[in-house]
Design a protein around this ligand. Structure first.
Ligand code: ADP
Length: 282
């Protein structure tokens, strides 16, 4: 399969994914969870992110410290422009920080060179995007296996089966993305993120393009992957319903974490948004 070629089109999402999985001379990063287990799957310590300079300067993150627990589902919420995507991108090693430190497990991302960072993104982190970003010419199964194939890795058949059963799409594995509903495509994208057993899966508005039924399918799958396989999930969402699937909701405003809610329900999230005057969350 000439998959790297199929990823090199003009679509920014696919270009980003090609970057995430690029098969180069980067040595695999060992998943160090069996040796040193930091309680947090990902951590920001005093992270500030400033875009631009002088009069156009924007402080997207302002001294943010947060720990995201292992095997838990965290939702990041807040109004448009509050820094949700920036925080997720910095935690995932997709964007650099201006000050502070970011850890995946015990690895300080700010100490890594580009090559090591590429290997970390490829081997220890999974991504799900709002727009699915499946490769149209590949079947569902080929899309799910893509990160393994690009990395030239052997697949663990039992794990591939577990992932397929968790997404509940066994009868659609030979279908191409255009033959799948939006919800099914996003479940394939989630399975693709899980297939390399990443320490954390980051999903940026994963249900942003879905109707409520498909959103429930995808969120149900993410929830099951936490409960049944111990996956760590972090999503950005503006939807209180989506946040209610999480174990914890974090609220950002003006680049700072202003609140954290355990076991959020839609009603509690809505109440808190009103209280914090974040009702225009988006
Ligand atoms: P959210 O995800 O909560 O909508 P973002 O993290 O996208 O917020 O953005 C936070 C702030 O940083 C916003 O003011 C946004 O305009 C700014 N910002 C984000 N990315 C860039 C960039 N690449 N260049 C300049 N400013 C940016």
């Amino acid at each position: 399969m000439s998959m790297p070629g199929t990823l090199s089109g003009g679509d920014p999402g696919q270009i980003l994914m090609a970057r995430l999985w690029c098969r180069d001379s980067v040595a695999p990063v060992t998943n160090n969870t069996s040796t040193t287990l930091s309680a947090a799957a990902a951590r920001a310590v005093g992270v500030t992110k400033i875009y631009g300079e002088g009069s156009t300067q924007v402080v997207a993150l302002d001294d943010v410290s947060v720990e995201l627990d292992r095997s838990r589902f965290t939702a990041i919420m807040g109004p448009s422009g509050s820094g949700k995507s920036t925080l997720m991108h910095c935690l995932a090693g997709l964007d650099s920080v201006t000050a502070g430190q970011v850890f995946i497990g015990d690895t300080d991302l700010t100490s890594l060179d580009d090559k090591a960072l590429t290997a970390l993104r490829r081997d220890r982190v999974g991504f799900v995007f709002q727009s699915f970003n499946l490769v149209p010419t590949l079947t569902a199964l080929e899309n799910i296996r893509l990160p393994l194939d690009l990395a030239g890795r052997q697949s663990d058949k039992e794990w591939v089966d577990t992932v397929i059963d968790t997404i509940g799409l066994r009868d659609r594995l030979n279908h191409r993305p255009t033959e799948l509903s939006g919800g099914q495509q996003q479940r394939v994208a989630c399975a693709r993120a899980m297939i390399s057993r990443p320490e954390v899966i980051f999903a940026d508005e994963p249900t942003g393009n879905l109707d409520s039924r498909s959103s429930a399918e995808v969120l149900g799958f993410l929830r099951r992957s936490v409960d049944e396989t111990g996956q760590t999930i972090v999503i950005v969402t503006h939807d209180p319903g989506a946040a209610s699937y999480a174990d914890r909701a974090l609220f950002l405003a003006d680049g700072r974490i202003v609140e954290s809610l355990d076991d959020p329900t839609s009603d509690r999230v809505l109440d808190l948004m009103k209280k914090l005057d974040l009702s225009q969350a988006g």
